[in-house]
Design a protein around this ligand. Structure first.
Ligand code: FES
Length: 170
């Protein structure tokens, strides 16, 4: 999905549907089989292609990542990350080209600086900074992309469901 900045809607909630018995899903209970919802902002030129390569090579990684394609990692406004967390994401991945490889020359340098400042603010918002991750993945690193998603899924699973903004969804 290519990010449409003119989207008139409020976006899509990632909150889980209640279970068939109406008692909520294992996700909300943080059960053993709970799998976190992850949102990944991937730059079109490297990381998205890396994700594509992982798929082409049939590499196994958790299917719980929803990828949003952006032209450059520097397009990811920190508000996008907060909005994803507010809408029910348990973790957010921002992935871009390796430093020096950005197709817009210096975009990922801005991303790196902005991301580290943003991470420091997360605690102020009551969120664990480990819920967000910045990674460089090139178009040739399908295996690395699969590893990043796998590791992030395990880390966020240990943190449990993101309940910080949950009351806003009800
Ligand atoms: S084009 Fe990939 S990070 Fe800028």
């Amino acid at each position: 999905m290519l990010l449409n900045q003119n989207c008139p809607g409020e976006g899509q909630d990632l909150a889980p549907a209640p279970g068939p018995d109406g008692a909520g899903s294992p996700r909300s209970e943080g059960g053993e089989d709970w799998t976190p919802n992850l949102v990944g902002f991937c730059c079109n030129w490297c990381s998205y292609a890396g994700a594509d390569l992982a798929g082409i090579n049939r590499l196994q990684y958790p299917p719980n990542l929803r990828i949003i394609r952006v032209l450059c990692s520097s397009r990811v406004n920190p508000m996008f990350i907060l909005r994803a967390l507010q809408k029910g994401a348990d973790g957010v991945l921002v992935a871009g080209c390796h430093p020096g490889d950005c197709h817009y020359s210096t975009g990922n340098y801005y991303t790196r600086r902005r991301f580290h400042i943003f991470q420091r603010h997360l605690e102020f918002f009551g969120l664990d900074p480990a819920r967000v991750q910045l990674e460089w993945v090139s178009a040739a690193e399908g295996k690395r992309f699969a590893d990043v998603v796998t590791e992030m899924t395990e880390r966020v699973r240990k943190l449990g469901p993101n309940t910080r903004f949950r009351s806003n969804l009800l």
